[in-house]
Design a protein around this ligand. Structure first.
Ligand SMILES: [Zn+2]
Length: 683
């Protein structure tokens, strides 16, 4: 989460990858071709395990590098883009009068982050004013001021705060308070039973204790304090919703007067809190989870002031990007959050982490430079044309749904025709004039960037919505659908090979980026997106009959994916991943329909083999090769418990099983694993 941004959860294409190979920066990463035969394992029957057939050699050719827990086609493109950004940032990190103001800013930000010596020499000095604020607390009734200030620098102690489009009226931007304040990835981490879960909790408490020691506490006191922090966080977790429940917009939408929130958590002076964060004249807000704020009151009452202060110190240190902390703290943070939780053996090279930090702080300033050097107008118009083809395919698919009434079809089409297509980068760039970047002050820069972003977000409250805004920076290798905006967004970073290759065949491009475009568009009509209308309002446009039928069809996918085993004792959570699985299934079907139309238009002979494969076989292979990635077992466990996306192999096999068109293209027989008699079909 950046700054106080707390918009609706975006339906992203995949969980953002972290890490990159430990190769020297000079070694250029090669982008994959549209269809890479080397990745395939021809000893496998495509009708038995299509993922293995299409991707079976990937892990042999591209083993997971020591500084990553996942490696796959997305990570390869990430590596490539990272190297490009590295060159761009190196060039502007040397001060020069020739640089435009934004170039100087990203250069200074990056150079400060790279200055490990200065960061170590400063130690915790830059944090001292923040620590002093905690030390000065004499009474819990002084908490309001402190929490307001902390939210502005992304210290999300006790809860999260920000702005969002009002679910019921997407024209309005409102304040929102949300559950939060945990140091483990998700509420169930505090309660799950079993050896792995218990070990993680033990290691977490040890990690908190070590960080407190590094902040100057004696070891004995730190161990006791870490236990107390665990008790407090467990109390917050107890009243939190789990990740699956959070996916239902109705579960996280409870607009109420500020006075009502004040009744739930009287320990915090909410009107003052809002004013302290610069938000004036607001009488109501969204309290995502009222039970949490009622529970927060209990937790605040039953926790002594000293423990509250220790918890705040922990939340403070844990909120700072570790790359700008002194060496020992950075290493300890890596040890718990990356090595233990994700199985990543080695820390990433510093330059990679500083590229990422600069993108996080000044994404559109860096993005502007990136787009100028990497993204052509031709790529933009070609991919936009494909998006239009995918939207026409959806139009046809809506007509083709035998189960859906004419009434609901009209509404679905109205929504479809209102989807905004955003390709590459924003039409209007964000203005960073008021963000001060001081060369040599890496930690201060991080705080200022976070506060700048929090102010930008909160300033939206009460103002008209900027429909041109993006939720991802242009170099990002990902995509998303935002139900409140009703827009699909494809940053320039994902519009490169193998996903989109201006020189690739149509079969390859429709299989790759076509399916990705279809995925994002289908999000508008999955179990979550289908609850919002074309204007972005949470409003039911379904007839009760159609809704019942839709739910029955999604249940089929819940059961299908819920039966897949991800690792050892862990099965996929069919409910948590439902929206993503629906998007994967619908996305490939839309790309298929669009490709057939394209083939007709261009007279592509669907029986003519090229390199041994028909165009339709190439199409399915290209799609599968979006998802050749593998994960370390630790990361699989983490993802299955927290991530709405299924692991890569199921994103291929789970989908083609539901498409008889796939079985036909590869000559499979009914009842072979990839062609079951009872396939699921939502879109
Ligand atoms: Zn998605």
């Amino acid at each position: 989460m950046a700054g106080a941004a707390l918009a609706v959860q975006l339906d992203t294409l995949h969980a953002q990858a972290v890490g990159s190979p430990s190769d020297s920066p000079e070694k250029k990463v090669q982008l994959l071709p549209g269809l890479d035969k080397q990745l395939m394992d021809l000893s496998v029957d495509p009708c038995v395990d299509f993922w293995k057939y299409a991707c079976g050699n990937f892990a042999k050719l591209y083993p997971i590098p020591a500084d990553k827990s996942y490696y796959g086609p997305f990570a390869i493109v990430d590596d490539y883009s990272e190297a490009v950004l590295h060159d761009l940032l190196d060039a502007v990190s040397i001060p020069s009068a020739q640089h435009a103001p934004n170039e100087q800013k990203i250069g200074d930000y990056y150079a400060s982050c790279m200055d490990e010596k200065a960061i170590d020499a400063e130690g915790l000095k830059p944090l001292q004013p923040e620590l002093d604020r905690i030390a000065a607390l004499n009474d819990k009734n002084q908490l309001t001021d402190l929490l307001a200030h902390y939210q502005m620098i992304n210290v999300t102690a006790f809860f999260n705060y920000g702005e969002q489009q009002d679910y019921q009226d997407a024209q309005k931007q409102i304040a929102v308070v949300d559950q939060g304040g945990l140091g483990l990835p998700e509420r169930d981490y505090y309660f799950r039973t079993g050896d792995a879960a218990e070990k993680t909790r033990r290691e977490y408490v040890e990690h908190v204790a070590k960080m407190l020691v590094l902040m100057g506490e004696p070891a004995g006191a730190a161990a006791t304090d870490a236990q107390k922090i665990m008790v407090l966080e467990t109390a917050l977790a107890k009243v939190s919703l789990d990740v699956t429940a959070m996916r239902d917009p109705n579960n996280v939408y409870h607009p109420m007067p500020v006075a009502k929130l004040a009744e739930l958590t009287p320990e915090i002076d909410w009107p003052k809190f809002l004013v302290d964060t610069g938000v004036r004249g607001v009488t109501g807000l969204n309290v995502t989870n009222p039970d949490f704020f009622k529970g927060l009151q209990g937790a605040l009452e039953s926790t002594d002031l000293d423990t509250v202060k220790t918890y705040l110190r922990w939340q403070l240190i844990n909120s700072v990007p570790a790359v700008v902390l002194p060496k020992e703290m950075d290493a300890e943070n890596f040890d718990f959050y990356r090595r233990k939780l994700q199985g990543q053996p080695e820390q990433r090279a510093r330059w990679k982490r500083c590229v990422e930090a600069t993108d996080g702080a000044l994404g559109e300033a860096l993005g502007q430079v990136y787009v100028a050097s990497q993204f052509s107008a031709a790529s933009k118009s070609l991919t936009l044309q494909m998006v239009h083809d995918i939207e026409s395919a959806m139009d046809k698919e809506i007509d083709a749904q035998a189960w859906m009434s004419a009434e609901t079809k009209l509404k679905a089409k109205a929504k479809l025709h209102m989807v905004a297509d955003k390709i590459g980068y924003p039409d209007r760039w964000r203005d960073y004039t008021n963000l001060k970047v001081v060369r040599g002050d890496a930690l201060g820069n991080a705080f200022r960037a976070t506060e700048f972003e929090a102010k930008r977000e909160l300033a939206k409250i009460g103002k008209p919505v900027d429909r041109g805004e993006w939720g991802m920076s242009p170099p990002t290798v990902n995509a998303y659908y935002n139900p409140s905006m009703n827009d699909i967004n494809f940053p320039a970073g994902i519009l490169q090979a193998p996903f989109f290759d201006p020189h690739g065949t149509d079969a390859e491009n429709y299989g790759h980026i076509g399916a990705i475009e279809g995925h994002e568009l289908t999000h508008g009509f999955d179990d979550q997106g289908s609850q919002f209308d074309g204007n972005g309002n949470l409003s039911n446009w379904w007839t009760p009959e159609d809704k019942k039928k839709f739910d029955a069809m999604t249940d089929c996918e819940v059961n299908e994916y819920g039966s897949f085993t991800a690792v050892e004792d862990v099965k996929l959570n069919g409910k948590l991943t439902l929206g993503e699985n629906t998007a994967d299934n619908g996305g490939l079907r839309l790309a298929y329909v669009a490709f057939l139309e394209d083939a007709k238009r261009k007279n592509i002979d669907l029986n003519a083999k090229q390199d041994g494969y028909t165009p339709l076989q190439q199409f399915f292979l290209a799609d599968a090769q979006n998802w050749c990635g593998t994960l370390r077992p630790e990361l699989i466990r983490l993802r299955v418990q927290t991530d709405a996306h299924s692991p890569d192999m199921f994103r291929v096999n789970g989908v083609v099983q539901n498409m008889p068109e796939f079985g036909k293209a590869f000559g499979c027989k009914v009842d072979q694993p990839m062609m079951p008699a009872n396939a699921c079909h939502v879109w």
